[in-house]
Structure formats: structure tokens, C-alpha cells
Design a protein around this ligand. Structure first.
Ligand SMILES: *Cc1c(COP(=O)(O)O)cnc(C)c1O
Length: 406
């Protein structure tokens, strides 16, 4: 019996991909082994984060880096850093930002559920532009609109390169230029912008001051990890508001590569990030995964996913009212994984994709496809959590349900 069954929870086969509600992407055994090894010795967490900073700056090209407990935590810590800087008295007061610059400018059409994490630091989000596309308008928000909104209350500009689209590059470069002219930091939510792996460098290269990534999505590190990378002092501020700060000040010797102790009035107390603790095991797991990643490896993994999707497509070939299409985003631009679209002719099948999806969830084994395309009667399937044996299990079960033998 597996560990989940022992706990009375029936596992599922996650065809959705990296969704957090399904536990994120499965990890490589080498990552899990590193986590077990990390559990057997004690370390000073600030020294471990200083090591993480070195590794993350090598991989991203940023001045410094930090391991957070997810991209959302990176956004909260990054916003707190933009508001407080190295001012310990400000750190002490967050999320109360009375009298401090606390406005974070965001394109109205980039507002999303995760901007809660920005507001959690005490920021007020100021919407920029008009969501014209809603009524068929042609012009998305433009950089001059950000410039016009900058004032003495502005703390940061937040941008969301959700999945990477090069068409956005010019707009983002223009907004970054505006920010630099006014000495306002730019915080990017690049949580889901990997793959391609190159995007670990792209936004820092473009001039972003802080970039947050999810470690538990397609990077496939531990689910509750993330990366915050960028300017040294901002990362230091994030660290100061996140690390455990109990202890006597005269006994406090943080690693100088991470924390410029001499630039501080004193040692802060437990900060806004204390509710976002990162375990040494998760931190080590992420670092091991990051160090093992290479362009070749991610391309290789994507090719393996494609082969598994082909097995599934073959298993359901020839079923009436069902067609399949595999897309492999070999392009450098897409933030997506190879996907299999199983297109249903609902009238012919006598049931729509919602019904088929529920049937798959409630059967044996329990299969979870991506919900996104259900309204257009498409089952969207990724193979990031599959091996050959699981792919065959999935193919067989799909065949049963789609041929009405369920
Ligand atoms: C997933 C996601 C997040 C949250 O990332 P976590 O690592 O799960 O905290 C934030 N922003 C966007 C755009 C995301 O897709």
C-alpha cells in the first residue's frame, strides 16, 4: 500500500500538469533523495540561503537570489523589499505602510488572483490603463501610462510575463526604461514562465530588479519552493524579513554576501515573511534540481513527454467521435509543455467533455485532465507526471470511457 492509501487518501493520475491543487509536478528521485540527505544534519539557514544566492545568481545572472516557499511568497517578500529597502524600522511595521511609499503599479489587464501576494505586504495596487480588449479595443496598456502614474507614493512596478510571448518584450522593455528613469524597482511575477529554461535569465537581462519564479511548477523542484532573484540590496531586504530573527543582536553574524549588516540600524525582529518558512530539505531539493537542469535536459524531458502522449493518442485512435492532436512547443517562446488535445464530438458521443472528465475522475484509476479546454469539448493532457507504464494505464482507461465501455 502506498503512503497516501495508508492515510486513507486515494491517489490520482495528474494529467493536468503542474497545478498546485493536485500537488504540483512530481519530482525526480534525485531531488527527493537530496531532501532526505538534508534532513539528517543541521545547518544555519542564513548560510544555506547565502549558498542558494550564489547558485541562483549563476543560473539567473542576477546579483543575488533567495529561495522562497513559492512564487507567491516571492511576490510578498519582493514587495516588502521594495517598500522597506534596508530600513529596519519599516520592516518592523509591515504590513502597515502608513507614511511609506506603498503604491505598486500594475497593468489593469495583468491583475490576477496572485496579486493578493503583493497586497499582503501592505502595498496598494494602482491599476494602469484601460482593459480595452474586453470590448474589442486594439491598444493594450502603454508605457507612458505607467510614467504618468508615478509619484512620491510609488514603491514598485509589477509586471506579469505569465507565459512568455515575445510580442510583450517591447512593452516590458519600455516599462522597465520608465521605471529606471524614475528609480522605481520592477518586480516580475514569472511564476509559470518556465519553460523555456532561458527565461531564468531573460527578465534579469531585460533589467527587472526582482523576479519571482515558482520552483514547484515546471521546474519540478519541491512543490513549496520558489526563487526570488535580483538586486543585492532588495534580496537582502527579503532575507531580513524572512529569516528567523530571534537571538541576541551581539551574537548575530549573518553571512555578509547575503546581508550587509553594517548598512542596518540594527537587527530586525521576525518579519512579514515569517509565515512563509522554507525548510532546509525543500531548499536543498530545489538547489539540486536547479543545478541539474540544462537546456539539453529540459528538451530531452519534453521529447520524452511527447513520446508518452503519442502512446496515449495511439491507444485511443479510431474511436468514433474522438480526434487527437499533439502540440510540441519546440519554440523558445512558449511557456507551455507538450500537450495532447483529445477533441470530442459531444453530440456523437452523447456526452460532453465535462461529463467525460467527471467520469475519468471518479473511475478506477482516477484521471485528472486540465479543465481549461473542457468548455470547447477538449480533454487537455500533459505527460509531465507520467512514465510509460502510467501512460499505458491512461490510454486504456481513456479508451474504455470514450468507447462507452465504462
Ligand atoms: C502559479 C502562479 C503563482 C504562484 O506560484 P506558487 O509557486 O505556487 O506560489 C503566481 N503567479 C502566477 C502567474 C502563477 O501562475
Amino acid at each position: 500500500m502506498g503512503i497516501y492509501e495508508e492515510l486513507g487518501v486515494k491517489p490520482i493520475i495528474n494529467l493536468w500538469g503542474t497545478a498546485t491543487r493536485l500537488g504540483g509536478a512530481l519530482m525526480d528521485p534525485e531531488v527527493a533523495e537530496a531532501m532526505v540527505a538534508a534532513s539528517k544534519e543541521s545547518v544555519k539557514m542564513d548560510e544555506l540561503q547565502a549558498a542558494a544566492s550564489r547558485i541562483i545568481s549563476e543560473i539567473t545572472g542576477a546579483e543575488a537570489g533567495y529561495v522562497t516557499c513559492g512564487a507567491a511568497s516571492g511576490l510578498t517578500l519582493g514587495t516588502a523589499a521594495c517598500i522597506a529597502g534596508l530600513d529596519v524600522t519599516r520592516m518592523e511595521r509591515l504590513p502597515d505602510t502608513t507614511g511609506m511609499p506603498n503604491e505598486v503599479l500594475m497593468a489593469r489587464d495583468q491583475r490576477n488572483g496572485w496579486d493578493h501576494a503583493i497586497r499582503a505586504a501592505g502595498a496598494r495596487i494602482v491599476d494602469i490603463g484601460i482593459n480595452e480588449s474586453f470590448t474589442g479595443g486594439l491598444r493594450p496598456v502603454e508605457a507612458w501610462e505607467f510614467e504618468a502614474a508615478i509619484n512620491e507614493h510609488t514603491a514598485a512596478i509589477a509586471l506579469v510575463p505569465y507565459t512568455w510571448d515575445p510580442k510583450k518584450e517591447k512593452f516590458m522593455a519600455q516599462v522597465i526604461a520608465v521605471a529606471q528613469r524614475h528609480n522605481i524597482p520592477v518586480l516580475m511575477d514569472a511564476a509559470a514562465a518556465i519553460p523555456p529554461l532561458e527565461n531564468l535569465r531573460r527578465f534579469i537581462d531585460m533589467g527587472a530588479d526582482l523576479v519571482a519564479y515558482s520552483g514547484g511548477k515546471a521546474i519540478r523542484g519541491p512543490q513549496n519552493t520558489g526563487i526570488l532573484c535580483g538586486r543585492r540590496n532588495l534580496v537582502a531586504s527579503a532575507a531580513l524579513q524572512h529569516l528567523d530573527m530571534a537571538g541576541f543582536s551581539h551574537m548575530w553574524f549573518p553571512p555578509s554576501s547575503l546581508i550587509p549588516k553594517d548598512a542596518l540600524l540594527g537587527q530586525p525582529r521576525q518579519g512579514i515573511g515569517r509565515s512563509q518558512k522554507v525548510s532546509k530539505e525543500a531548499l536543498v531539493g530545489l538547489l539540486v534540481r536547479l543545478r541539474g537542469l540544462s537546456k539539453e535536459k529540459t528538451v530531452d524531458e519534453a521529447n520524452q513527454m511527447q513520446v508518452l502522449l503519442e502512446r496515449i493518442a495511439n491507444a485511443i485512435a479510431g474511436i468514433p467521435h474522438v480526434t487527437t492532436e499533439i502540440s510540441h512547443p519546440a519554440s523558445e517562446q512558449s511557456g507551455a509543455l507538450p500537450t495532447l488535445k483529445v477533441k470530442l464530438n459531444a453530440a456523437g458521443l452523447g456526452r460532453d467533455a465535462f461529463e467525460v472528465s467527471l467520469k475519468l475522475r471518479n473511475g478506477e484509476p482516477r484521471l485528472w485532465v486540465n479543465e481549461k479546454s473542457l468548455p470547447s469539448d477538449v480533454l487537455l493532457i500533459t505527460a509531465i507526471n507520467l512514465n510509460q507504464q502510467l501512460a499505458d494505464t491512461v490510454g486504456n482507461r481513456l479508451r474504455e470511457v470514450l468507447s462507452g465501455d465504462d
